[in-house]
Design a protein around this ligand. Structure first.
Ligand code: ZN
Length: 205
């Protein structure tokens, strides 16, 4: 078993936005967490889009080269989606016909089956994605991005206020005052910096 800590951050409260956060730059140094196909599958497992058994089977079925190409497609989708989401946040009412057409092309490749199961006298509908080939992986992520536009309020899609932090998140707090990706990371750093500034002012006053 690997003891390497996971490089993935799930702080956004929405898988499509967690996907944007697969590249981040703490202190200005870029960390790319989906640099190859295996990492892409691992991220999809972490995000709940695949289970581990399915990911292992797909890794065997598609092979490294095809998966690495899918990871490149995923990185391209990420930066494209980031631009669109930033525009949507600033201007939700605009006509996004071109962007919608691009996303729909990907969604057309997405396919899944459903299965009704009984769990402790209740029913649940299980969804299982199908992967005819490696090009069906990225559409699963595109579906999560599409959900942002349908389900989320653009004014609550926020970028972390931490210095140098590039992470995005959905503000699900009641008062809508969430400012940081994580209170323990950026929140604390910001507090410490504010404290230092106050201390500085006090000594120079
Ligand atoms: Zn942050």
């Amino acid at each position: 078993m690997s003891t390497t800590p996971s490089p993935f951050l799930f702080v956004a409260g929405q898988p499509g936005i967690d996907f944007l956060n697969t590249a981040y730059a703490p202190g200005g140094v870029l960390t790319e967490t989906i640099g190859d196909g295996r990492a892409l599958l691992d991220w999809m497992v972490g995000a709940g889009l695949l289970d581990e058994g399915a990911a292992a089977a797909l890794a065997r079925r598609f092979g490294r080269k095809a998966l690495d190409a899918a990871a490149q497609d995923a990185r391209d989708l990420r930066e494209w989606a980031r631009t669109w989401l930033a525009a949507w946040r600033a201007n939700p009412g605009r006509d996004y016909g071109d962007e919608i057409a691009v996303l729909n092309k990907l969604l057309a490749r997405e396919s899944r089956s459903h299965e009704l199961v009984a769990v402790k006298r209740r029913f649940e509908l299980l969804e299982r994605p199908h992967f005819s080939d490696e090009h069906a992986l990225v559409p699963q992520i595109a579906l999560q991005i599409a959900r942002i536009f349908v389900e989320e309020d653009p004014s609550l899609l926020k970028a972390c206020a931490g210095a140098d932090c590039t992470l995005w998140f959905m503000d699900r707090t009641k008062a809508h005052r969430r400012m940081f990706c994580s209170a323990t990371a950026c929140g604390n750093r910001a507090k410490v910096a504010a404290f230092r500034r106050r201390a500085q002012r006090a000594t120079t006053a």
